[in-house]
Design a protein around this ligand. Structure first.
Ligand SMILES: *Cc1c(COP(=O)(O)O)cnc(C)c1O
Length: 397
């Protein structure tokens, strides 16, 4: 077996430096645990930014993939495949929406939602073509395409990548009044994360989503919830919007939808919205492929059958309570919902992340001074206790 060091050297030599991974090589994994080539064990408390809600290699997801691998993996959308309809039906039932448009990555689903809203704006609302506006939030994270980084307020995500896409207007997050003020006759949608993940697990003030829902309805603009990270039980409800009993017009889904096995994303909305697409107007070679559908179908089944929302809610409460017992004056706030938890420091969190890794716990800082803990939802209480013991050791001085 090659050493972690030699693997890292090669990876850094040949690869573009658009990421700065921690010095851990994951060679194999099972459930919550991952292992480096040297055989050392780590708790994965990041879960690939919530793509691994089911843990690594959930046996039923792997089995579903294997069975589909023996039938057909890719058909393109030039032809029908025998799994896509079942996937649609089950995701419609989960979201309560009438239609699905499948893509692969989260960014593609966000792009799809933007296209949907713009077309809906011209075709249904009657906004003049090329005048549609979408209101977005400061410190958002919706992905990495040129149009999406147009919406970003993060300089490192934008520098040198212009010219940007017109038609977006950022407002402060968590401020419903700002939304009301920003609306013009050309506004077609408001796009936001119900909890901002990459921004450092920013939970908006209570009542915000409800107020947003009301404002959107009153002004005939679409409420688009980017639940790529928060969806699929992560925050202790199936969707983070459920915390305020809010139903957005469009759900944007990704990450855990693929069961941590492969990229699967989708937009879910009713017919009067997703009906704006006709053949040729949008698509993806891999979107809705039978392998992806088979895995996602199983993922949707498991998340409901095993009541992942309840698991995330209860384990999250337990975890956050234990985290709050940690004595460290550098910690200014511990916040979150379900198993999406942010620990904010009054200094750079990088040293603490190193200490966690040295103690066998994988996590990463987001926006410099916040560590995000998002363990797989399947984590057991025994594993949580052991992980907390190690976190305590790493964070208490
Ligand atoms: C990760 C993420 C995306 C982008 O997903 P990719 O699969 O990386 O393109 C979009 N929105 C949110 C909220 C995310 O967390």
């Amino acid at each position: 077996m090659r050493s972690s060091d030699s693997i890292i050297k090669k990876t850094e030599h040949f690869g573009a430096a658009n990421y700065k991974p921690k010095d851990v090589v994951i060679h194999n994994a099972s459930g919550v645990m991952v292992y480096n080539p040297e055989g050392e064990e780590f708790f994965d408390l990041l879960s690939a930014y919530s793509a691994l809600n089911f843990g690594h290699r959930h046996p039923e997801l792997i089995e579903a993939a294997k069975q589909q691998l023996d039938k057909v993996t890719l058909t393109s959308r030039a032809f029908h495949n025998s799994v896509l309809g079942d996937f649609y039906e089950s995701l419609c039932a989960l979201t309560g929406k009438e239609m699905i448009l499948p893509m692969n990555t989260g960014a593609e689903a966000v792009e799809t939602a933007i296209k949907t809203a713009r077309r809906w704006g011209t075709d249904v609302k009657g906004v003049e073509e090329n005048k549609q506006e979408i209101i977005v939030c400061e410190n958002n994270f919706h992905g990495r395409t040129v149009t999406i980084v147009t919406m970003s307020t993060e300089e490192s995500a934008r520098r040198g990548f212009g010219p940007f896409t017109p038609g977006f207007r950022p407002i402060p997050y968590g401020d419903a009044e700002a939304l009301e003020k920003a609306i013009t006759p050309n506004t077609v949608a408001f796009l936001a994360e119900p909890i901002q993940g990459e921004a450092g697990v920013i939970v908006p003030p209570e009542g915000y989503l409800k107020a947003v829902r009301k404002i959107c309805s009153e002004n005939n603009i679409l409420m688009i919830a980017d639940e790529v990270q928060t969806g699929f039980a992560r925050t202790g409800k199936m969707f983070a919007c459920d915390w305020e009993d809010v139903i957005p017009d469009i759900y944007v889904l990704g990450k855990a939808l693929g069961g941590g096995v492969l990229p699967v994303s989708a937009v879910a909305a009713d017919r009067d919205i997703l009906g704006v697409f006709e053949p040729g107007s949008h698509g993806s070679t891999f979107g809705g492929n039978p392998l992806a559908c088979a895995v996602a179908l199983k993922a949707i089944e498991i998340v409901q059958r095993d009541d992942y929302p309840k698991q995330a809610r209860e384990k999250g409460e337990y975890f956050i309570k234990k985290l709050r017992e940690i004595k460290n004056n550098d910690i200014v706030e511990i916040r979150g919902k379900g198993l999406l938890i942010g620990v904010e420091f009054n200094c750079s969190a990088e040293g603490y992340v190193q200490a966690l890794i040295a103690n066998g716990v994988l996590a990463k800082e987001t926006r410099e001074n916040t560590i995000r803990f998002a363990p797989p939802i399947i984590i057991s209480y025994e594993q949580l206790d052991e992980a907390i013991k190690r976190i305590k050791k790493a964070l208490e001085k």
